[in-house]
Ligand binder design. Structure first.
Ligand SMILES: N[C@@H](CCC(=O)N[C@@H](CS)C(=O)NCC(=O)O)C(=O)O
Length: 215
């Protein structure tokens, strides 16, 4: 099995967290900016990472990849028990995908203060804060998003919260998580999980490389 991966991509990081926690053997093919393996475009017209290739099966989209790995029943299961807990897991991941990653992606494009569109930043910040506020409602400060162990909800949320924590200061908010105590408590707790800590360290290194390259 191979994963076309980018170390800085929150979507690829979500899949890496699932893969590391499951303890399964997946070859990582790193795709850098301007360094896209030519076969990628023959595998999908979507031109995005992550992309999983498993024999003849080609799976784009981080959530679909994570659910596919679950359905293969390899390694540690990452779905909680019971319909209600599974619905909660999917809801949290969906809040992240639809209402957090969307404004965060738009803000990420505005990191450079030169040429920044402040009206766009103000608009997207309102949306981002709204999305994190919904997480605040649904999280209870436990170290795992749902139940007593890591699930696909954590795989989705950990990379997002890493970026939320990091980009706040770039837009004048030194400690953005302090406004969301349950989310802050959760994010602190989940970092005691070794695979989550590993993915956060990888994102941190990749972000520093990117910022260093820009400087
Ligand atoms: N919804 C997709 C988003 C994937 C995505 O946007 N990946 C970015 C990297 S963070 C990408 O490959 N962008 C290249 C492009 O859109 O051409 C997922 O969940 O996997």
């Amino acid at each position: 099995m191979k994963l076309y991966n980018a170390q800085l991509s929150p979507f690829a990081a979500r899949c890496r967290l699932a893969i590391y926690t499951k303890g399964i053997d997946v070859e990582m093919i790193d795709v850098g900016p301007g360094d896209v393996p030519p076969e990628l475009d023959t595998l999908t017209p979507m031109h995005k990472v992550p992309l999983l290739v498993h024999g003849d099966v080609v799976v784009p989209e981080s959530e679909t990849i994570c659910e596919y790995l679950e359905d293969l029943k390899l390694g540690t299961p990452l779905r909680p028990e019971g319909a209600a807990a599974i619905a909660r897991m999917r809801l949290l991941a969906r809040i992240g995908d639809l209402y957090i990653m969307e404004p965060m992606g738009n803000l990420f494009a505005q990191i450079n203060p030169q040429g920044r569109d402040q009206a766009l930043v103000d608009r997207e910040m309102i949306e981002l804060v709204k999305g994190i506020g919904w997480l605040e409602y649904y999280l209870d400060g436990s170290p795992f998003a749902v139940g007593g162990r890591l699930s696909l909800a954590d795989c989705a949320l950990v990379p997002m919260l890493f970026f939320f924590d990091q980009i706040g200061p770039m837009f004048g908010e030194a400690a953005p998580l302090k406004h969301f105590p349950a989310v802050a408590e959760y994010y602190k707790g989940i970092q005691r999980h070794s695979a989550a800590a590993k993915v956060i360290a990888e994102l941190d290194a990749a972000l520093r490389r990117m910022m260093g390259n820009k400087a």
